[in-house]
Design a protein around this ligand. Structure first.
Ligand code: SAM
Ligand code: SF4
Ligand code: SF4
Length: 374
């Protein structure tokens, strides 16, 4: 048999082979891992490339011109992604999020969106199909995304002040372009729109109140601004606990703009704690990834650009789905392999971190956010 060429960039993160159980029972839409958590949400990374160099995700010193990104031949094709998504849906997934890198840099992404939008849940309902973007090319793409079947969108925006925003993205990208992208997305009907702000103490925390005030006044309830605690994901961002601004402090600062009331979670497993402005200006979300672990309801799986399945954001090892896809396996066999690995899942990194029992960093490199998509 001829040898298969595997590009070096594919070997950056360890991957375990996926076991296809002999008794490949068809998926029932009801599956639980070892901690009783169902499989509801699949995040699909469509590229490991990005035009920004946010220091908390792709620091310039590491992701410079010498860095080797995945070659085109390694990426899952749109047909392969759609096939995997369909098998996850058969296991009960009802939410798909496209991410990256910067997903809008993947050529012809609208074609993939069209294919995913045609999938139906086990109850025959359309899926919740969304995408997370840095917004840099959104103004140009919003209408086509909507027309292809995208329902809603999340835009990352770490500051309203132009100088701070340019520093955060570290490629001198102007904030005005992203703000125009948000307007275009709303005009195209991508709703409800969410804005994610990663807060780094001492870097952009002074933007919490101005950004929030802008969102309240300009968009009201049609935009939900969510604040994310800066996470220790990957191993290149030089994360330090003293740069995390706890959500409790974000909330305290927001109260300067008016009273907020706690609101119930919209769905089980939702990562954001919701708060509503009492004056009717909509809501905000707090994602306390560091100070309040939400592993006990974590129903998310992640598919990397080249087809590795990760069961936790903090994993260092994926499971090689691509070799099953390209190895002539049937849908039933691949679905059974996914079921097997999910049933065996017991990941709960953030809970262990909170209990100061996080596993020591092993020789294996933890996945980076630009690669797996958050
Ligand atoms: N490029 C797109 C974007 O920025 O929206 C999608 C991919 S990006 C990896 C997805 C999300 O992860 C973004 O909202 C980003 O701000 C967030 N993120 C990246 N690194 C992070 C970190 N260390 N802590 C918390 N959030 C992070
Ligand atoms: Fe790119 Fe998004 Fe990472 Fe920023 S957070 S570097 S925009 S992938
Ligand atoms: Fe889920 Fe892992 Fe995050 Fe816990 S640490 S919420 S298991 S992705």
């Amino acid at each position: 048999m001829g040898e298969t060429f595997i590009p070096l960039a594919d070997l950056r993160y360890a991957a375990a082979p996926l076991h296809v159980p002999a008794d490949a029972a068809a998926p029932t839409g009801l599956i639980a891992d070892r901690l009783g958590r169902p499989l509801r949400d699949l995040r699909i990374s469509v590229t490991d490339r990005c035009n920004f160099r946010c220091s908390y995700c792709m620091p310039k010193e590491v992701f410079d011109r010498h860095y080797t990104f995945l070659p085109q031949s390694s990426l899952l094709s749109f047909e392969e992604i759609t096939r995997v998504a369909r098998l996850f849906v058969a296991h009960g997934v009802h939410k798909l999020r496209l991410t990256g890198g910067e997903p809008l840099l993947r050529k012809n992404l609208e074609v993939l969106i069209g294919q995913l939008a045609a999938l139906r849940t086990t109850d025959g309902e359309p899926l919740d199909l969304t995408l997370t973007t840095n917004g840099s090319v959104l103004e140009r793409k919003a209408e086509a995304l909507k027309a292809a079947g995208l329902q809603r969108i999340t835009v990352s925006l770490d500051a309203l002040d132009d100088a701070t925003f340019r520093r955060m993205n570290d490629v001198d990208f102007p904030v005005a372009d992203v703000l125009r992208g948000i307007d275009a997305a709303l005009a195209a009907g991508l709703a409800p729109l969410k804005i994610n702000m990663v807060v780094k103490r001492g870097t952009n925390d002074h933007e919490i109140v101005p950004l929030s005030s802008h969102v309240r006044e300009r968009y009201g309830p049609s935009v939900v601004l969510r604040f994310i605690e800066y996470m220790d994901v990957g191993s290149t961002n030089g994360w330090r606990m003293d740069e995390v601004l706890p959500s409790a402090e974000v909330l305290q600062r927001l109260r300067a703009l008016g009273p907020l009331d706690a609101a119930d979670a919209a769905a089980p497993g939702e990562t954001a704690e919701r708060w509503r402005w009492r004056d009717g200006a909509g809501e905000i979300g707090l994602i306390s990834s560091v100070t309040r672990a939400f592993c006990s309801d974590c129903n998310r799986a992640r598919l990397s650009t080249e087809g590795k399945l990760f069961l936790c954001l903090f994993a260092s090892r994926g499971h090689d789905l691509r070799s099953l896809l390209r190895g002539g396996r049937t849908d039933d066999e691949i679905a059974a392999a996914i079921g097997h690995v999910w049933r065996d899942r017991d990941d709960r990194y953030s809970e262990l971190r909170s209990a100061q029992q996080a596993p020591a960093v092993s020789g294996e490199r933890r996945v980076e956010m630009h690669y797996i998509g958050g």
